[in-house]
Design a protein around this ligand. Structure first.
Ligand code: ADP
Ligand code: ZN
Length: 659
């Protein structure tokens, strides 16, 4: 263990956090880890994806004079991290196979001159000629090993080059080592400290609970419609849909495009250029939806993926956890939906039978059982995942999975079902469910009036149920076989033979609907038009615009401190102005294009949401926003402030009372 007396205690790490990263609070364990590093001691950090591992070495790197060497295996991630650091004004660079030799020399010279705080290197560099010479001439104060499980043969991603890491340890015995990984098995942990020669490293193990993720399992029946619904709910947000096969990924992307979405496939069968282009488009917010096989996601660090869908059952729960882990790294509520049907087992077993090694076959079988147990669980899904990772989850309910969130109750649906079926027949079985619902609820929407549907006998006969309840009932009637959704492109409900029989025979009908907590009346859909996908798809989202249109202005000073903690996935509608948020997103996109960086490098969603709820109009209030540090204040405040001011003024002019 290397102790250093560098007066670390004098560094006010909280101040550095705000000034250099723009954050107000540390995430769990970050402060302890940073203090351990600054005290010159070795650390082993086990945190789930999105836990905030990078900050644990980036912040110390900015507090000391010597170079911090960061070893990282993923080239694309290196670039992202360096972009993000540079946007915050940190002197950072990376060296890997994509960097030309001349540039490498320049970067090395910078490092030797002490003008670089962080240098990211790929592991193969360790053995490259010239690197040893570089190491002899540079002063290194901290060694960070990202994806440290790559050093272990027991891990899922062993990289022989990682075995050369001990060279760094030997060359810089005084520099503390911080090894970080999201892989949690005990065997890998022990192997990491062993291989790196940091047996005394303090171990920091955080919970693997991803608090801001909501876990949902849904039936595969009408799965395309359900997916479309989800994508509408997450309009304008990044989503990954994992598919069973390459062909499925291709087909699904096609269907989604036909339905008016921007979606591209990604899988190992596509050539490298196409894959790269798709990945870039996704990262730069140009194509929000990617349908993929598991090949997608490893090399990306996009913090604002809001929806991960598994269109088919994954092979293992560990894989599922890793893939869903790509959602919501920024701590904002995000959703993970798995489509499952009882028939999935057979499909997987067919492949398991082909495995020749009997041990491997048995293991695959066992993993499939665990995965299916998750999908079929009637108990908390989060608890099930955490138990799988050896963690106890004591809470009786997590409040963030479908099992914990839905309570069902039987109700007499005879009358409402008759009304819904009649309305579908009366409108000619040609319209999407939302139109039928609008007619039932007596909507004055232009389309209803233009079609003369306000003159039908079914107009306005269900005024006591809100749109969501009626949508749910339509879904339940489909499940019940009384309705079917048809049309290849447009999902139009029509009444089945069983539905007609039900109407004629006037049978009683009991359905089980989700018990809903306090019903807050929801405004009719008046999201900005651009919020909806281009095509005239007659079944728009509507489901639950999660964001309120207008919020009252809260002076920044009176704003409750928002911590670095993740937001619970199920927190109520976010308090921000959606229209302003969209304007700010546009500003962000332009800045990102000019600078050729991903939009999140400029500001994350949470920062824009805060701007759209606290309406900063000058530098001091802008600086208080989450994610605004010194450098970003100087660099970007004058791009965003005019837009906010103009927005506030135009609303004031309309008497909406922002002050
Ligand atoms: P990991 O490497 O553990 O997957 P990252 O280091 O990429 O996670 O961090 C995930 C996201 O959380 C990043 O967008 C990062 O900027 C953000 N983040 C990290 N620490 C904090 C904090 N204390 N407060 C707010 N956001 C944070
Ligand atoms: Zn739960």
């Amino acid at each position: 263990m290397a102790e250093r007396a560098n007066g670390a205690a004098e560094v006010d790490i909280r101040r550095v956090l705000k000034a250099r990263f723009g954050y107000d609070e540390f995430r769990p364990l970050q402060a302890e880890i940073i203090e351990n590093v600054l005290a010159g001691r070795d650390s082993l950090v086990l945190m789930p994806t999105g836990g905030g591992k990078s900050l644990c070495y980036q912040l110390p790197a900015l507090c000391q004079r010597e170079l911090t060497l960061v070893v990282s295996p993923l080239i694309s991630l290196m670039k992202d991290q360096v972009d993000a650091l540079q946007a915050n004004g940190a002197a950072a660079a990376y060296v890997n196979s994509s960097v030309p030799a001349r540039e490498v020399e320049r970067i090395f010279a910078q490092a030797r001159a002490g003008r670089l705080a962080l240098l990211y290197i790929a592991p193969e560099r360790l053995a490259a000629p010239g690197f040893a010479r570089f190491l002899r001439a540079v002063r290194v104060g901290l060694i960070a090993i990202d994806e440290a499980h790559c050093i272990s043969e027991w891990g899922h991603d062993f990289r022989p080059d990682y075995r050369n890491l001990h060279l760094l340890r030997e060359r810089f015995p005084q520099a503390p080592v911080i090894a970080l990984t999201a892989t949690a098995t005990a065997r890998v942990r022990d192997d990491i400290v062993q291989q790196l020669g940091i047996l005394d490293a303090q171990r920091f193990v955080s919970s693997f609970d991803r608090e801001n993720l909501i876990y949902v399992v849904r039936s595969k029946r009408q799965r395309f419609d359900a997916l479309v619904g989800l994508l509408y709910e997450h309009a304008n947000q990044a989503a990954i849909v994992y598919c069973f096969s390459r062909k499925d990924a291709d087909n699904l992307a096609d269907s989604l495009r036909q339905a008016g979405f921007q979606a591209l496939p990604y899988h190992a069968g596509l050539d490298a250029d196409t894959r790269k282009r798709t990945q870039d488009r996704f990262i730069h917010d140009e194509t929000p939806i990617v349908t993929a096989t598991i090949a997608f996601g490893m090399g990306i660090d996009k913090p604002d993926v809001r929806l991960i869908v598994h269109y088919d059952l994954p092979k293992t729960l560990e894989g599922y956890y890793q893939e869903t882990g790509r959602a919501g790294r920024d701590g904002l509520p995000s959703e993970c939906v798995l489509f499952f049907s009882a028939g999935d087992r057979r499909k997987h077993e067919y492949f398991i039978k082909e495995i020749e090694d009997p041990d491997e076959q048995a293991r695959a079988e066992q993993q499939l059982d665990q995965m299916i147990a998750y999908a079929e669980a009637r108990t908390c899904r989060r608890a099930l995942i955490l138990r799988y990772f050896g963690e106890d989850y004591a809470q009786p309910t997590c409040g963030g999975c479908d099992v914990c969130l839905t309570e069902r109750e039987p109700f007499d649906a005879t009358e409402v079902a008759q009304k819904v079926l009649s309305a579908i027949i009366r409108t000619g079985e040609r319209f999407g469910a939302l139109h039928v619902i609008a007619v039932l609820r007596g909507s004055r929407a232009r389309r209803v009036l233009a079609l003369g549907h306000d003159r039908l006998s079914v107009y306005g006969i269900v005024r006591d149920l809100d749109r969501d309840s009626l949508r749910e009932i339509v879904g339940l009637l489909v499940d019940e076989g009384l309705l079917r959704l048809s049309g290849d492109k447009y999902r139009v409900p029509s009444v089945t033979a069983a539905g007609r029989a039900f109407l004629q025979e006037r049978q009683p009908l009991t359905l089980r609907r989700a018990v809903r907590e306090t019903e807050t009346p929801e405004p009719e859909a008046h999201e900005p038009a651009e919020h909806k996908p281009a095509a005239a798809y007659p079944q728009p989202s509507g489901a639950r615009p999660r964001q309120r249109e207008r919020v009252e202005h809260v002076p920044a000073a009176a704003r409750p401190q928002r911590g670095g903690r993740a937001q619970r996935a199920t927190e109520g509608p976010a308090d921000f102005d959606l229209a302003l948020f969209e304007l700010l997103r546009q500003v962000r996109l332009e800045l990102a294009r000019e600078r050729e960086v991903p939009p999140y490098v400029i500001f994350g969603d949470r920062t824009l949401r805060e701007m759209a709820s606290s309406f900063p109009q000058d530098h001091p209030s802008f600086e208080r926003i989450f994610g605004v540090g010194r450098v970003k204040l100087a660099e970007f405040a004058d791009d965003f402030l005019p837009v906010i001011r103009a927005y506030v003024e135009s609303n004031e002019a309309q008497g909406q009372g922002y002050s």
